[in-house]
Each structure stands twice: as C-alpha cells, then as structure tokens.
Design a protein around this ligand. Structure first.
Ligand code: RNT
Ligand code: ZN
Length: 418
C-alpha cells in the first residue's frame, strides 16, 4: 500500500515540479538535535533537588528515567521510532560521574561526558551541549552570570568555559560541530530598580566565557533570549534585544538562538528566521510549542511548526540553521511525547521540502497575490501523507501510529517496573 500510494503521489508532486525521491534522500541527512532532558523532566544526574531557575515541568507520569542507563535506553527507544538523522543534545547537569567521584559544575571535564560520546558515536550521531545555569545553589537571588556577587559570577563563568572545552571534545570525537547554548533564567519577579546593571554584567560574563580558546568551526556557542520565566515575570536579563545584540557584537565567535516559546504570543519565529538569515551566516533554533506562554508543550505538526520549517527550506538554509528540540512534558508517557515531537518536526521539514516554493515565490514577485492565495491553499492538499509514509519506510520506522504499540509494550515491560 505504501508503495502504491507513493507512486501516485510522486506523479502528482512531479507535476508541480517537485522530486519527492530527491527530497526523501535529502532529509535523511539533515540532523535534528534530540534533547536528552525530555526523558527525566530536566533533572539530570548531578543533584537531587528540584528543577528551578525560570523553567518548570508539570505532571507526574510514572516511569521516568533516573539513571544514565535508563535515560539512554529510553532515548534509544525514541531513536528507533523516529526517521531521520539525529544529534544528541546533552545538558551539563547530565554529567556521568563514576566510582563515587563528584565535581561541581565549574570543574567539569570531558571525561564526565565520555559515556555520552560513546552513546552518540555508537549510533552515528553528533552531539550538542548546554551549560546548566539552573537547579543549583550557586544561583543567588535567581541570578547567575548577571549576579552582582563576584564569586557567583566567577563560578558560572568557569562553568561556561568548562562547557566550551567539553563542546570541543564532543566535536572532535564525533566529527560534527557542537552547538553550545547559553541560556540563563536570570531575572526578577518584580519591578527592578536597575535594568542595565545586570545586563552589563551578563554581557561581560558571556564575553569572558567566549574568551576561552576554541575553534569556531567546531564549537558553535549560542545565546538564547527569553521574554520571561516562571518566578521572574517582570524582568529577564537575556531579553531578545540583549541576546541578539551580544551575538551581533561577537559574530566571529557565536550565533543567535531563537526558541519559539520565548516571545510574546503574537510574535512568530517563522518571521524572525528570514530576518536573522539576512545578517547571520548561521542561526540556531529551539523548537517547542508554547501554549499561551513558554510552556514547552510537545511539538506538533501545527501551523506555526510548518511555517518555521517552510522558512528554513525557502531560504535555502537547511545547512545554516541548527535545529534542536526543546520541550518537556511530564504529564504523559515521556517517550511518546519525545517521539511525537521529533516526528512532527520531521513531517514539517519534509512537507516544506515538498512545497512548490519557487512557483509560489514567482507569484509573489509578479504581484499576483490573488493566485498566490489560491495556490498556497492548493499546496496544502498535495498528498503529503504518502510521501511521509515512504520516507518512514525507507528509514525503517512506522509511517503510521503503529509506533505507539511499541511504546505501550515498553511501558508494560520496562517503565512500569521502575
Ligand atoms: C528555557 C530555555 C532553555 C531550556 C533548556 C533545558 O526556557 O528554553 O533552552 O529549555 O536549556
Ligand atoms: Zn530553549
């Protein structure tokens, strides 16, 4: 059935000038970063305490991973159910200490992530990395890199530098560049008396971190902005203007990162992608789904997700945009949530690649907006499901919801016993 409907679909797409075989082949090689933190509600292995510092998971679905072995086994399940090339996105709090050793975040070394390197290499995946500026006693009054306390700032700068060294190790080991994202939840719950001071300190701290030597072809430091966080509703040091400006001022050393949950609800990252691509050779994305606020819901195959993928494809930026998933839902089966989000972004990319973008653009440039509307609506009716099914088949995964049977089995056999 898959082949039969694909052959028909292929003809329909060919009539629109789209080579679906070529698009399927192309997507197989475009990496998307799979975040380790969906598996355990952003906790990690270097502390027992709760998640804090501007983000929150909600829900208490049973069976979450609590050890590196469990988390990796769960991740393997996700990988086995998702088509496409993957990178593994690791947060510093997922350091794996052996033989009773423990070091604090300012002292982390590549060896504490050796198991992640092995995991990624065995699966032919690249690795991305993130310093963890939350869930730690050295956050003082909710501040890290922007703290007025010199010792606090110093600790977190050292953490950032350690993470650059670890990122370079990741890149060298995997042979793929490592995107290293700087995000802090630094901010204030209520109206501050000084908005510039924390930002000046944040700027200096980031620049100090970036003074650590590294090869910019291997390590891609990013700065992620945010509009507000839980408990820091009135002021965020790393606002959109701040993050974009510091990256622009240091564009030989870092790249901007946009998380689509981090803007006012009527702003869309799909419109910001082409704006940044006019100025930056490379950009990075956190793909998530905000529901009313930065709620980090599971990514779905919805309109804005499709629109973001379309912009990356239309701007011919598949090799200029580092794509990473970033959501955490603890209220449903975590592995199912993980898989749904990854598959949704794959669908969005493949559909964007199978859209008659050149013809639509020509209509815009001719000023034929009437026909443009008609044809954009028509493009939605192309038999995309058949192309998706074929892509999944070629990648050795289910194209329909039968992947969920595997999750049910895994829940019965593995998760329910935890
Ligand atoms: C938080 C940011 C950040 C985190 C991860 C865990 O609002 O989106 O990217 O989600 O670092
Ligand atoms: Zn993010």
């Amino acid at each position: 059935m898959i082949n039969k409907s694909y052959e028909l679909a292929k003809e329909i797409y060919a009539a629109q000038g789209i080579d679906t075989d070529a698009m399927i082949a192309k997507l197989k090689n475009i990496p998307v970063s799979l975040h380790c933190w969906q598996g355990d509600d952003v906790i990690g292995f270097d502390h027992d305490g709760p998640l804090n510092g501007g983000i929150q998971t909600t829900g208490n679905y049973p069976g979450k991973a609590t050890t590196p072995e469990q988390l990796m086994a769960d991740m393997d399940k996700v990988i086995s159910l998702c088509p496409g090339a993957k990178k593994i996105n690791v947060h510093a709090c997922y350091a794996i200490f052996e033989n009773g050793e423990f070091v604090d975040r300012d002292k982390l070394e590549p060896k504490h992530f050796k198991k992640w390197v092995e995991f990624a290499k065995e699966r032919g995946c690249g690795l991305d990395f993130n310093p963890t500026f939350f869930s730690h006693p050295m956050q003082k009054d909710g501040l890290t890199l922007s703290s007025p306390d010199e010792n606090v700032r110093k600790f977190w700068i050292e953490h950032g530098k350690a993470c650059i060294r670890i990122s370079e190790y990741f890149a060298k080991e995997t042979g793929m560049p490592c995107v290293m994202n700087i995000w802090t939840g630094d901010g204030f719950k209520d109206i501050p008396a000084d908005r510039m001071g924390p930002r000046m300190r944040y700027k200096e701290s980031i620049e100090e971190i970036l003074s650590e030597p590294y090869d910019f072809n291997l390590v891609k430091p990013c700065v992620e902005s945010k509009v507000f966080g839980i408990g820091v509703e009135s002021y965020t040091a790393g606002s959109a203007e701040f993050a974009l400006s510091i990256v622009a001022a240091n564009s030989d050393k870092c790249i901007p990162l946009m998380d689509n949950g981090h803007y006012h609800p009527t702003e869309v990252v799909s419109d910001k992608i082409p704006a940044l691509l006019c100025f930056f050779p490379e950009i990075a994305l956190h793909i998530t789904r905000g529901v009313r606020w930065d709620s980090d819901h599971v990514v779905l195959f919805d309109d804005e997700t499709k629109e973001m993928a379309k912009e990356i494809v239309r701007c011919d930026a598949l090799d200029r945009a580092y794509m990473a998933l970033d959501y955490f839902d603890a209220s449903i089966n975590r592995i199912s949530a993980w898989t749904t989000g990854f598959r949704s972004w794959q669908k969005a990319l493949l559909q964007a690649m199978c859209t008659p973008n050149a013809a639509l653009k020509a209509l815009q440039d001719e000023g034929n907006f009437t026909k443009l509307m008609v044809m954009q609506e028509e493009a939605k009716m192309l038999p995309f499901g058949a192309v998706w099914a074929k892509y999944c088949e070629e990648c050795g995964v289910a194209g329909d919801a039968s992947w969920y049977d595997e999750i049910e089995k895994y829940e019965a056999e593995v998760l329910s016993k935890r």
